[in-house]
Design a protein around this ligand. Structure first.
Ligand code: 13P
Length: 257
């Protein structure tokens, strides 16, 4: 049986000033106390905080990530950041294809594919986000839509080491709404099978995160589901106690399926 190490990732989105770095320190301390068990804990702050956060996380088990990158390593792209820059600032992960970028910045699957290649080139692990809208779910189109996002976004050179998939139903993000555990299990199983088709042999070890309104109170229900290997947390990741309340479900937990 393949053991997948759970990953609890916090996406701070466009939140956080230097004063909020105290939350990073608190998360490092909690992880050092063993609150997250064997789970890997990742914080993706705004890029402006990465270097300072990296200083805080140095020597800790907490990883850092970016929230987006340009596909090129450098060049005349005003306002953009490359995967190499994120890595240089202390990131080991980067979130790509988040629905807020897919919708707000018109990032299509091809663009996510190219950015994922950029992440792999720089040696970052790409967290590629997929997920359907409310109307797509209601139309019974969720699996097909997510399947096409996976095919369009994942480069053939990716592996279960360099890639994590985050299933984030758009309608569950920041709304307090969540899918049922059965719907999550169905989608995560589907994602594992699809990714195994795209990257033969990689499905079993691939980590698939659930994201969308994960809170300490619903974390066990949403995350201790077959084929769910952790969470991508938005709002609740801004507060170290809430974030650790979510990661804390892994304290006594060893994933074997
Ligand atoms: P919330 O946890 O705030 O719903 O956000 C989820 C998300 O978009 C994480 O990337």
């Amino acid at each position: 049986m393949t053991q997948r190490r759970p990953l609890v990732a916090g996406n701070w989105k466009m939140h956080g000033l230097r004063k909020n770095l105290s939350e990073v320190s608190a998360i490092c301390a909690a992880v050092a106390e063993g609150i997250a068990g064997d789970a890997e804990v990742l914080i993706c702050p705004p890029a402006t905080l990465l270097i300072a956060a990296a200083r805080i996380c140095e020597g800790s088990k907490v990883a850092l990530g970016g929230q987006h990158c340009h596909e090129e390593p450098s060049g005349p792209f005003t306002g953009d950041l490359s995967a190499e820059m994120l890595k240089d600032a202390g990131a080991t992960y980067v979130i790509l294809g988040h629905s807020e970028r897919r919708s707000g910045h018109h990032e299509g699957n091809h663009s996510v594919h190219e950015k994922t290649l950029g992440a792999l080139r720089a040696g970052l692990t790409a967290i590629v986000c997929v997920g359907e809208t409310k109307s797509e779910r209601e139309a019974g189109d969720a699996l097909r839509l997510v399947g096409s996002q996976l095919i369009g976004s994942i480069p053939k050179s990716a592996s279960s080491e360099s890639l994590v998939i985050a299933y984030e139903p758009v309608w569950a993000i920041g709304t307090g709404l969540t899918p049922t555990p059965e719907d999550i299990a169905e989608m995560h199983h589907f994602i594992r099978v699809q990714v195994n088709d795209i990257l033969p042999g990689q499905g079993a070890a691939l980590r698939i995160l659930y994201g969308g309104s994960v809170k300490p109170g619903n974390a066990a229900k949403l995350l201790l589901v077959k084929d769910v290997d952790g969470a991508l947390v938005g709002g609740a990741s801004l507060n170290s106690s809430e974030f650790m309340g979510i990661a804390g479900i892994y304290r006594e937990f060893v994933r074997t399926t």
